[in-house]
Ligand binder design. Structure first.
Ligand code: ASP
Ligand code: MG
Length: 478
């Protein structure tokens, strides 16, 4: 028997129709052992966050609590037969947990807002949704078990962007989950809350926004290490077919990437395509666990989805992703060439301000260094450099709005591909502002003027058409 860990996002849990889809999917995977990881219902995490932040000043609390209850009751009323045991259990669960939530909001009002409280408050989204899913599966005759992830995923103390301790998590899983999976039972489903963990002293933590995907991969990794199953796979059910080769905002006929390896997926995921977080890939790549990204509305598709696994054709371009508004900051000085520690000095100032840098290019002459930051961080970055004595005296600091195009896939490293890229840009008179490619990468980043972005992506798509895996894939299919 193989094990499939499926994550259902908020958009898969919106009404009766969606819950029936989950039932349909469950039947499709009847021969596998199943773990379901669930996100909060759509929009609920945002609503909880608002409650946590408004608690101190008591703004909108009653109104938002009522809305929270209504959103969950609406679904319960659609999904269950009224007055059935499942209906009553689900409603009671919502009531009990909302009153717990009220206690925490009262604590925030009394003691002030702390990151710990935020994690605790937003964890209720998954606690409610997953329990309701569990009741739904029980009502359909499955042996479904609800397990809150804060019993099994052990993390550091970063309450709202926690990092799991994999070995501690694996020990917990070995104790609590492995014994259940050891007895083969096709009717069994383990429902685990996404997004949530706990630190060593037992406080609830959360894995960062969108973290339920991460939960699914953390569980997969631990179970693979425990070794009951040789065949484990993760399926992330989404409201899209998978990862697209190019954002349809630029190229409406863009098609799906069928296969990516972990490195390719990390580049594509990191840049623009919000479908998958790179930390999910990091969690499982060494264990070669495949991840499928599938469309919840088309569960019977046999080939139209993205698989991330070691299997990927290296002689292709996989995708083009973009950052639409970056600011490139350039620091120039002729007087300090060959001076050790210059980069360290620049990035010390930047990191002190907690600003993340996405691309760095330094001329080999060391006269100028450029790097890219998010638009919202640019003023802070420039001002702090200008204020630091060292840079104000010897350096000129410039900045400009730019876009970054990121082309991923081993083929981008070919000279011939690069020739095509630059010829394409020349046709449209697109100036390249900076470039980045490191020696072991399957990725080429090009910085251009922001207003050229649409032209640049369109012409690259046209001129590199035959180098894309996904486009070939679509062609073969017809
Ligand atoms: N509910 C959490 C969020 O909205 C986690 C998730 O959906 O994956 O960020
Ligand atoms: Mg969500």
């Amino acid at each position: 028997m193989s094990l499939v860990i499926m994550k259902f996002g908020g958009s898969c849990l919106v009404n009766n129709h969606a819950f029936n889809k989950i039932h349909e999917i469950t039947q499709l995977y009847q021969n596998d052992q199943k773990i379901y990881v669930s996100s909060a219902f759509n929009g609920i995490t945002d609503l909880l966050l608002k409650l946590a932040k408004n608690a101190k000043k008591s703004i909108d609390i009653d109104k938002d609590m009522a809305l929270l209850e209504k959103r969950h009751f609406d679904i319960i009323e659609q999904v269950f037969n009224e007055e059935s045991d499942f209906y009553i259990a689900a409603k009671d669960w919502v009531d009990e947990n909302l009153s717990r939530l009220e206690d925490i909001l009262a604590d925030i009002q009394e003691f002030g807002f702390e990151p710990y409280y935020q994690a605790k408050v937003i964890s209720f989204g998954e606690i409610l949704s997953t329990y309701i899913l569990n009741q739904f599966l029980l009502s359909k005759g499955y042996d479904s078990i609800y397990i809150p992830a804060n019993e099994i995923i052990i993390t550091n103390d970063e309450y709202n962007n926690a990092y799991p301790y994999f070995d501690l998590t694996t020990s917990r899983m070995a104790k609590l989950i492995a014994p259940i999976l050891e007895k083969p039972n096709k009717n069994l489903i383990i429902c685990i809350t996404g997004f949530i963990g706990r630190n060593k002293i037992g406080y609830t933590t959360t894995l960062g926004r969108g973290g339920s995907d991460y939960s699914a991969t953390i569980l997969a990794r631990s179970l693979s290490e425990i070794g009951i199953h040789r065949d484990i796979r993760v399926i992330l059910w989404k409201d899209v077919d998978g990862i697209l080769a190019i954002d349809p905002e630029f190229v409406p006929e863009s098609s799906l990437i069928r296969y990516l390896d972990y490195d390719e997926a990390k580049h594509i995921a990191n840049f623009g395509a919000k479908v998958l977080h790179p930390k999910c890939l990091e969690a499982i790549e060494k264990l070669n666990i495949p991840i499928e990204i599938r469309n919840f509305n088309k569960p019977t598709e046999i080939s139209n989805f993205t698989t991330v696994s070691p299997k990927s054709d290296k002689n292709q371009i996989k995708g083009i992703s973009t950052i639409q508004d970056g600011i490139i900051i350039t620091i120039t000085s002729g007087s300090l060439v060959d001076m050790p520690g210059i980069l360290a000095k620049i990035f010390k100032v930047i990191s002190k301000n907690n600003i993340s840098v996405s691309l760095v290019a330094q001329s080999a002459t060391e006269i100028s260094t450029s790097f890219i930051v998010k638009k919202e961080d640019a003023d802070k970055a420039i001002n702090s450099l200008k204020k630091s004595e060292y840079f104000s005296e010897f350096f000129e600091i410039k900045s400009e709005e730019v876009a970054i195009i990121n082309i991923t896939g081993a083929k981008v490293l070919d000279n011939q591909t690069k020739v095509k890229i630059f010829q394409a840009f020349a046709k449209k008179d697109i100036q390249v502002k900076a470039l980045s490619q490191s020696t072991d990468e399957i990725n080429f980043s090009i910085v251009i003027q922001k207003e050229n972005l649409m032209d640049a992506v369109t012409i690259l798509h046209e001129d590199l058409f035959e180098d894309f895996e996904s486009l070939k894939y679509k062609e073969n299919k017809n």
